[in-house]
Design a protein around this ligand. Structure first.
Ligand code: BGC
Length: 751
């Protein structure tokens, strides 16, 4: 349809038809099953609402979609839009976003998103609620698994990559793009959760966020903006408050920033039940006020509540909303449907599922795993990893034979297609070299009970019954038999993800106890860690020789881990969230501000500096950290000039930075060369370090490469108290190195 036809359609709609377009219901309302991703409540809506609803939440499957759409078109002129949480894979699951970001390869995320779109579109999705790019600096928050991590720049680059991967290169928002049709296999991307949801107080899910506007603009908004600039079709509001007003009712956020400043002209949607939750937040007295606040703030679609459905009509009658407000929101929904070509083909894209992208998933998982520790065991000459040929390997632990490698937000993942570690090892090693046992439960009965009702999370399998004493005896027997023990341990999948906040970041107590009984029998030991967040690893790192963070690596995670353990490839992942020594350090992130009494460099001696009495300030494993099987040495960075005038900088001049990296090790590896900048004195405090760029380079043994960077105005400017970017004269420290805690620094002056 062209714009005129679309406008004619809008004008011809009855009020009920219009309101329907602004309502999103789940499959239960259309006779399909319900996939619960939020609290269950009876909606209390009349039949006309489902008959006129504009979109459906989390119904997938080509047959299901065809059936619901054709029944819907029996009584509605407007096809339904199918939206779903296809977050990091559909049937084929890729590493969870915090893991995939550890690759430091946004292009890889783009390829994974593209392959995900192919599968999900074939099975009926039009829109995915992804990417989630909340900056998260607190590992207590279980949803950090869905995000690229703690850094604004890194999150922004991944945000763009995911959007382009899902949607293709055709932007869905922005000036002058409104009529370009979307590619056939494109999945419209909805960036979330706008805004700053990652900063919930004390890491407790759905909790308050309160920070200065300056901080929010400096550190928290840029990833969403990057997604908008890449042309994402939708933006989802977050559950949290921003300056005392929940995002869903926050006009500054949803209108002034998103629409007026960033020029977003796509669709906005409230997160699950967030409109009705304005009442629970205490900023609306009832559903009518909630609907009024949300629509006025700029929320187009109400997900899974009856507020818009039941209240808009009377709000219009009472003059509390105008028909223009409603029309604008409806038009945006119609435009999206039009861009998808749904008026011409309501069954868009439905097809047989393409064959699973197993190789892509395995490659992505290999690049996501982070080697955190690799020591030389007593009597050996080389680190314990990679495993040596002929060694007897015992694989022990609750993840040894588990198919739960997808993590909580892979709700459509094909669990049965996930090979286990035991299967992946058996594929590579014969019985004389490899034995395995589950060893211990993932969680004790009590720990499991803490997780609440499993029933509502239907895609998770319950625990397997184990005889603890017999398993322990078998573990000890296998540990004594083996030359090296690989412990496959970690969080239960329900311990992270939405509503997965924790105040204890250690491995489950039952696993720790079992490890302490078995490790003494192991000649050499490696821990493969599964889970959705940075854990507290001081105890584990003091008792095993090697640790590899595997996260929730997805469909091909087991094979990928075995590839790395056997040295078929070198680990190359780097952390994108700091790993604490103690939960008490959270929130913990490398780009902290200098205080007036910095612990390391303060002139004060003695007690009165900014530090803990009982723990170092530094993380156990810092942002950017990860080991490889190579041994990379860095030269000191060289600058193209050591001073520059602000005038030249503004005119576009840049400072070149070159460094040489050489692999002095015996194995090929990939190095993530990281560039950080510190603005030594500015009008507002600046972080002690800020990531400005990075390069990933492959180095054969003995190979040396020059790596070039350049920094310009964007990299040297910062957000001032007037919320605008500015740049000042003065010193800058430029550090190039293998992670955020080290590297060689050179100074540069802006005059
Ligand atoms: C989550 C969103 C998700 C939505 C729909 C909410 O509970 O916060 O991330 O997209 O449910 O399932």
């Amino acid at each position: 349809m062209n714009q005129t036809e679309l406008k004619e359609l809008l004008d011809s709609l009855s009020l009920k038809e219009k309101i329907g377009q602004l309502v999103q219901l789940d499959g239960g309302c259309f006779g399909a099953g319900e996939l619960a991703t939020g609290p269950q409540a009876k909606l209390g809506i009349e039949p006309w609402v489902a008959q006129n609803a504009g979109s459906v939440l989390n119904v997938m499957g080509a047959d299901n979609v065809r059936d619901i759409q054709s029944r819907h078109l029996g009584h509605s002129r407007i096809p339904l839009l199918f939206m779903a949480d296809v977050v990091y894979g559909y049937k084929t699951v890729y590493p969870m976003p915090l893991a995939l970001a550890s690759s430091w390869e946004p292009e890889l995320a783009q390829r994974c998103a593209q392959a995900t779109a192919r599968e999900a579109v074939a099975d009926g999705a039009h829109v995915t609620f992804s990417p989630m790019v909340d900056v998260c600096r607190d590992a207590r928050w279980g949803r950090c698994m869905e995000s690229p991590g703690e850094d604004p720049l890194l999150n922004a680059r991944f945000a763009q990559a995911y959007v382009r991967g899902f949607q293709g290169e055709t932007p869905l928002s922005g000036a002058g793009v409104s009529s370009v049709p979307l590619g056939e296999q494109s999945l419209v991307s909805c960036v979330k959760h706008f805004a700053a949801y990652g900063a919930v107080e004390a890491g407790r899910d759905y909790n308050t966020v309160d920070m200065s506007r300056w901080r929010m603009v400096s550190d928290y908004l840029s990833p969403y903006r990057a997604a908008v600039e890449a042309g994402c079709g939708l933006v989802m509001s977050s559950f949290n408050t921003v300056e005392g007003v929940p995002s869903t009712a926050n006009r500054w956020l949803m209108r002034d920033v998103l629409r007026d400043e960033w020029g977003f002209d796509g669709v906005t949607i409230a997160d699950y039940a967030a409109v009705a939750e304005l009442v629970a937040h205490g900023i609306a007295a009832n559903d009518a006020e909630a609907a009024e606040l949300a629509l006025t703030a700029g929320i187009d679609i109400d997900m899974k509540t009856s507020c818009y459905a039941n209240q808009i009509e009377s709000l219009l009658e009472e003059g509390r909303l105008s028909i223009e407000q409603v029309d604008q929101a409806v038009m945006r929904v119609l435009e999206l449907k039009n861009r998808l070509g749904l008026f011409e083909d309501p069954y868009r894209g439905l097809a047989e599922l393409p064959s699973p992208d197993r190789e892509g998933a395995r490659n992505a998982a290999r690049k996501s795993m982070v080697l955190l520790r690799n020591e030389v065991a007593a009597g050996d000459e080389a680190p314990v990893l990679p495993l040596r040929r002929g060694q007897r390997v015992a694989l022990l632990g609750p993840y040894a034979n588990s198919r739960d490698l997808n993590g909580l937000w892979a709700v459509y993942g094909d669990r049965d297609a996930v090979p286990t570690l035991a299967e992946a090892f058996s594929h590579e090693l014969g019985e004389r070299e490899f034995r395995w046992s589950e060893g211990c439960r993932m969680l004790s009965e009590d720990e499991l009970a803490d997780l609440g009702d499993f029933g509502s999370v239907s895609w998770i399998q319950g625990p397997s019954p184990l005889d603890d004493a017999a398993e322990l005896a078998r573990s000890v027997e296998l540990a004594e038999w083996a030359d090296i023990v690989v412990f496959a341990v970690g969080e239960h999948m329900l311990q992270s993800g939405e509503s997965g906040s924790r105040t204890d970041l250690r491995l489950p107590a039952s696993q720790c106890e079992w490890l302490s009984k078995v490790i003494p029998y192991a000649k050499r030991s490696v821990a493969l860690l599964f889970g959705g967040r940075p854990l507290e690893l001081c105890e584990l790192s003091g008792s095993v020789d090697a640790i590899m963070e595997c996260w929730f690596p997805g469909t091909e995670g087991a094979g990928a881990a075995v590839d790395l353990l056997l040295g078929n490839d070198s680990p190359s992942g780097r952390l994108t969230m700091s790993f604490p020594r103690s939960v008490g350090q959270e929130p913990l992130y490398y780009a902290a501000f200098a205080t007036g009494r910095p612990a390391a460099t303060s002139k004060h001696s003695g007690r009165f500096v900014s530090r803990y009495i009982d723990c170092p300030n530094e993380p156990l494993y810092p942002f950017g950290f990860g080991l490889t099987y190579g041994k990379v040495e860095y030269s000191a960075p060289g600058l193209s000039c050591d001073e520059l005038s602000i005038k030249d900088l503004i005119a576009g001049k840049r400072v070149g930075i070159a460094v040489e990296v050489a692999n002095a090790g015996k194995a090929a590896c990939e190095e993530v060369v990281q560039l950080y900048v510190r603005d030594v004195a500015a009008a507002v405090v600046r972080p002690v370090k800020e990531l400005k760029d990075w390069r990933k380079v492959r180095l054969e043994p003995g190979e040396r490469k020059r790596v070039d960077f350049s920094i310009g105005l964007e990299d040297l400017s910062y957000v001032g108290t007037d919320l605008r970017k500015s740049v000042d004269a003065g010193l800058f420290e430029i550090t190039v190195g293998p992670d955020s805690s080290c590297g060689s620094m050179v100074e540069f002056e802006l005059k």
